[in-house]
Design a protein around this ligand. Structure first.
Ligand SMILES: Nc1ncnc2c1ncn2[C@@H]1O[C@H](COP(=O)(O)OP(=O)(O)O)[C@@H](O)[C@H]1O
Ligand SMILES: [Mg+2]
Length: 252
């Protein structure tokens, strides 16, 4: 009788560490966040200004931020482990995809800004313009392309200090390729950094005096997703003016 040979998928050691770290952090953090929420909800309105209430509220904000960071790490490591055969391609309406990514990014930006900003600073949310014909579709893994676009739009919001953050998501075809692009009026990327931004953990650090949120894994993740689709990613940017990132897919 023929012996069954099990082929184990090889995961590189770095990804294994990332995966272990992320999963082992997730459980304790969700317990911390859960109890913090529960305790916060029991604080009476007249006690809101006490030291304990403020401390609890800070713990809760930081805990939520940490949870977002860990989710990003989990997302990165799970996509790292995918092979091209595991990509579930289907006809995906591009305009609908743009719309759903746009609304989830705006919602998340709202939630983050409520958590982090000084309530006295007035801010306006990003304006996201979508340019795409109604019926065009892309044969791709909808969940993965949605993740890729979310990373791009999140960056366009994050690396942008304008009062009005203008972001455009648009579609066009060129040389038999389908192109999905995200443009912004943000801080831009210097020429010497253009290639580096796709490296894992790379963050350009000269614009912000504070800490940049995120791992520097977003564009590396988008690049992996494009590789899984035999596609390409390219970036054009003018420092101080804005950035356009294009995802180029081969046609079905
Ligand atoms: N739209 C953008 N405008 C300006 N800089 C950007 C933009 N997108 C990415 N960058 C730069 O590239 C770096 C890497 O991006 P990314 O991999 O998404 O990591 P993260 O968002 O966690 O910093 C960012 O830290 C930032 O310096
Ligand atoms: Mg990012």
């Amino acid at each position: 009788m023929a012996k069954e040979i099990k082929t184990e998928k090889k995961i590189d050691p770095a990804s294994r560490v990332l995966s272990l770290v992320s999963h082992k952090l997730k459980t304790p953090l969700s317990i911390i966040n859960g109890y913090t929420e529960a305790m916060l909800s029991q604080i009476k309105p007249e006690d809101k200004e006490t030291f304990n209430a403020k401390a609890l509220s800070d713990i809760s904000k930081q805990g939520e931020k940490l949870a977002i960071l860990i989710d990003k790490l989990v997302r990165f490591t799970s996509v790292s482990g995918l092979s091209a055969e595991e990509v579930k391609k289907q006809d995906t309406n591009i305009k609908a995809l743009f719309s759903s990514v746009s609304s989830s990014c705006v919602l998340r930006d709202d939630a983050l800004s409520i958590m982090s900003s000084d309530a006295t600073i007035r801010r306006s949310g990003p304006v996201i313009d979508i340019k795409c014909e109604d019926k065009v579709s892309l044969f791709a893994d909808k969940a993965l392309v949605s993740i890729a676009l979310e990373e791009l739009v999140d960056n366009s919001i994050k690396f942008n200090n304008n009062t009005v953050k203008k972001i455009k998501m648009f579609y066009y075809e060129q040389d038999g390729k389908q192109i999905l692009a995200v443009a912004d009026n943000g801080v831009g990327i210097k020429e010497e950094d253009l290639n580096l931004v796709f490296e894992k953990f790379y963050q350009v650090d000269d614009f912000f005096t504070g800490q940049i949120e995120g791992w520097g894994l977003g564009l590396a993740l988008v690049k992996m997703i494009m590789n899984l689709h035999n596609g390409e990613i390219s970036v054009r940017s003018q420092y101080g003016i804005g950035t356009i990132i294009s995802l180029r897919f081969p046609q079905k």
